[in-house]
Write a protein that binds this ligand. Structure first.
Ligand SMILES: *[C@@H]1O[C@H](CO)[C@@H](O)[C@H](O)[C@H]1NC(C)=O
Ligand SMILES: *[C@@H]1O[C@H](CO)[C@@H](O)[C@H](O)[C@H]1NC(C)=O
Ligand SMILES: *[C@@H]1O[C@H](CO)[C@@H](O)[C@H](O)[C@H]1NC(C)=O
Ligand SMILES: [Ca+2]
Ligand SMILES: [Ca+2]
Length: 225
């Protein structure tokens, strides 16, 4: 999936916001980032991972973001440093002008499937609040390879629960998690985010060792939608 540069006058930009959903983008996931507070100037439309915002001329300059999906934003390049912003929206804007992320974001990426919002897909992260290396996929994983006993946060999108196990090969203590849902403007987004294992999942940090699609435990967070 490629990225597009859009440097357009405000009116065209506003129209493009809507037509892009129907024409340009196979999935509705996108994030339009503005470097002016009024969000009426030029913007960059992110469709993919962006490990170094110098590449887009947007390093330390994002003030407003508008779009759809689960997007994660960081102070340093390559998803490092402080976690600055979690965006979980359908067709909405967040204004960072007077908050911490303003003029600080240096990298960003989405959580979920490259094939779009509807494809059930998980992301496991090495650090709390979606930082560092990730292990991701849309199929069962009997072990987590390089993230074995290192997972400190997670996210998933799509309309399926997932079960996270403390043992390899789907053994040991487990937690089934159903996604939340947003229905807006004709788009449905199922998503779940847990910035820390202990706080949001009731699991010990660095304890997940395998993952399976579906609800395979009676230790359950959330419910079907
Ligand atoms: C804002 O973004 C536009 C388009 O990428 C760029 O031309 C301009 O220099 C940027 N302004 C600032 C203050 O970063
Ligand atoms: C963002 O907030 C600033 C400061 O309050 C305001 O001037 C600006 O109009 C807001 N932008 C949008 C798009 O709402
Ligand atoms: C998981 O299953 C594989 C294949 O059956 C086996 O080789 C491996 O030892 C198992 N791991 C554990 C921790 O039981
Ligand atoms: Ca920064
Ligand atoms: Ca960890």
């Amino acid at each position: 999936m490629g990225s597009l540069v859009r440097v357009l006058p405000a009116l065209v930009a506003a129209i493009s916001c809507f037509t892009a959903l129907a024409i340009d983008v196979p999935s509705p996931r996108n994030l339009n980032a503005y470097n002016n507070s009024a969000a009426d100037g030029p913007y960059y439309e992110f469709l993919d991972y962006a490990p170094d915002l110098r590449d887009q001329g947007m390093d330390n300059s994002i003030k407003v973001v508008c779009g759809t999906g689960v997007w994660l934003m960081y102070d340093d390049h390559y998803y490092g440093g402080d976690f600055l912003a979690l965006f979980t929206n359908v067709n909405r804007c967040e204004n960072y002008t007077y908050s911490n992320p303003n003029d600080k974001i240096s990298s960003l990426r989405y959580a979920g499937s490259p094939d779009g919002l509807a494809d059930p897909y998980y992301n496991l992260y090495e650090r709390s609040f979606y930082g560092g290396n990730e292990f991701k996929g849309n199929t069962d994983a009997p072990n987590l390879a390089y993230l074995d006993m290192k997972v400190s946060s997670l996210a998933f999108t799509g309309n399926s629960p997932w079960t996270f196990f403390m043992g390899q090969n789907y053994t040991g203590e487990a937690k089934c998690v159903y996604p939340n849902v947003i229905n807006s403007d004709g788009v449905t987004m199922h998503y779940y985010v847990a910035g820390s294992m202990q706080y949001y999942m009731g699991l010990a940090d660095n304890s997940i060792r395998s993952v399976a699609k579906g609800c395979l435990s009676d230790n359950i967070i959330g419910h079907p939608h």
